[in-house]
Design a protein around this ligand. Structure first.
Ligand code: ATP
Length: 481
């Protein structure tokens, strides 16, 4: 059996070779931690967005969706705490000129101690690091790096700079005569666009508490180091929902959303053992509960989604910084208050990676092998491929007619090149659940062969029945009911 490192390399290679994910600006040697989604990647991503949007917005009468701008008033990031507190501790190696996150260097050392069976040493280092991170003690972090003789993986030396704080927000300038005051940020999270529209949505939508606002959009973070492919990107996409509740009831709603969100992940048919909750031991100063939903990637369990009980922190801050009231009048209590908020925040790219890793299967067959992406049919980029057995005798025309009947409702592919076996393999590699083969019998009795991706079983069905068969298998109902 191959090791997980090799497996992950194969997954990355497959995603590129079959048009899912490309490194950005590749012909210019790429741009660090930025990626482009190719022809099938874009489809898969869109399907994941639809799955989320339907589950959150369409199925909950009290949740509504918005699309706020990436640029926002710079004061928003002051109010949210991002200008002053959205930092990572970084350190440079003077010989290699490489920059690292101090906590990542220490985490790697902790993992090494674990591997070597030095669990006490690992635990002690973890405890010291957590304490220094909590108090922003940068000199303390540097001291740990020195004490544990951590060397730069590139130069092999221990010639380090001091540890400094590095703000993760990208800034740019707005307007033709940009001066100091016109600095604007690329949003590092989509949530603030929801908070500042809280009253707009509540009033125009006549929303009653409890209610939620959801949105999907790009976020930008100048991550000090990029790791593990699309796990940690500098430009990525988030799907976030802020749920506004009566203060004092937030922990009940937190428990509710924790359960609902895990259910959403598990509905995809993933082995439940691949998911786990990771409760935050250290809470952000504004949160009174927080948990990560972690997925077991080939490189271990990592956060895919966070669920946070944020109290009334964000709305209160915006109330203070904007000078505008951000309160809800509760007719049942006959009083106004700043609502408490439960946030569910999932990274679309990390979700993409988890779905891709879960689907990726290398299968040994009797005299052959195949690589197949076993996506849930509702998520598959291409739902069905139509394959005429030969390129003559009216078979392509018959196949095209089938395409025309199905392509309005399903993303279809037509392929007449190479042997049928090769065409099946190509569709397996992009995860197409159905291959429809048109042969001479099809001309006689309007039937075709349908080959199923996972079982590779073939069955003879009438052309008439194709629509219903595909519709049933790819329907969102299979996931959401
Ligand atoms: P991490 O600890 O991994 O940096 P985080 O706790 O900072 O993540 P949040 O701020 O809670 O992440 O963001 C919510 C979600 O956004 C995360 O669960 C993750 O899926 C996604 N996310 C955050 N940063 C990135 C990134 N740089 N690239 C891709 N997705 C990201």
């Amino acid at each position: 059996m191959q090791n997980t490192e090799q497996l992950f390399k194969n997954i990355i290679a497959h995603s590129k070779e079959y048009g899912f994910v490309f490194p950005s600006s590749e012909i210019y040697d790429g741009l660090g931690a930025v990626y482009d989604y190719g022809q099938y990647g874009a489809e898969l991503k869109n399907n994941l967005k639809t799955y989320w949007w339907k589950a959150m917005v369409q199925l909950n009468e009290n949740i509504t969706g918005i699309d706020s701008a990436i640029f926002m008033h710079p004061k928003i990031w002051k109010a949210s705490g991002h200008v002053d507190g959205f930092n990572d501790p970084m350190i440079d190696n003077k010989d290699s000129k490489k920059r690292y996150r101090a906590d990542n260097l220490l985490e790697d050392r902790i993992a090494k101690y674990h591997k070597e069976g030095k669990t006490d040493k690992a635990a002690q280092l973890q405890e010291q690091m957590d304490a220094y991170l909590k108090t922003d003690d940068l000199a303390g972090l540097k001291q740990l790096i020195e004490e544990h003789e951590i060397a730069c993986p590139v130069s092999g030396t221990r010639n380090w700079t001091d540890v400094r704080q590095f703000n993760l927000m990208f800034s740019t300038k707005m307007g033709a005569t940009a001066g100091e005051n016109e600095v604007v940020y690329l949003r590092p999270e989509t949530a603030q666009g929801i908070f500042v529209n809280f009253l707009n949505v509540q009033k125009t939508g006549r929303m009653k508490i409890p209610f939620g606002i959801a949105q999907i959009g790009k976020a930008f973070r100048n991550e000090v180091i990029a790791r593990q492919f699309i796990m940690r990107m500098r430009e990525f996409e988030q799907m976030e929902m802020q749920f506004f509740v009566r203060p004092g009831t937030e922990l009940e709603w937190y428990a509710h959303w924790k359960e609902m969100r895990l259910k959403w992940h598990l509905a995809l048919g993933v082995d439940p053992a691949r998911y786990r909750f990771h409760d935050h031991a250290k809470l952000a100063h504004y949160a009174n509960a927080a948990v990560d939903i972690e997925y077991e990637f080939p490189f271990g369990f990592k956060e895919v989604e966070g669920i946070h009980s944020r109290t009334d922190f964000d709305l209160s801050q915006h109330q203070e910084f904007s000078g505008k009231k951000l309160q809800y009048f509760d007719p049942e209590l006959n009083k106004s208050y700043v609502p408490a908020v439960i946030e569910t925040s999932i990274g679309l790219d990390r979700m993409f990676l988890s779905v891709f890793c879960n689907a990726y299967t290398e299968e040994a067959l009797e005299n052959d092998s195949r690589t197949v992406l076993k996506f849930h049919p509702a998520l598959a980029p291409v739902k069905a491929a139509v394959l005429p057995l030969t390129r003559k005798d009216g078979l392509p025309e018959k196949a095209r007619a089938i395409m025309d009947r199905l392509k309005l409702d399903f993303n279809m592919q037509y392929d007449e090149k190479d042997s049928i076996g090769k065409r099946y393999r190509r569709q397996d590699a992009i995860g197409t659940p159905f291959c429809i083969t048109v042969d001479y019998e099809s001309l006689e009795n309007d039937t075709v062969t349908v080959r199923h991706r996972d079982s590779m079983q073939q069955e003879r069905v009438s052309i008439e029945s194709l629509y219903g068969m595909i519709a049933e298998r790819v329907s969102w109902k299979t996931l959401l009911q």
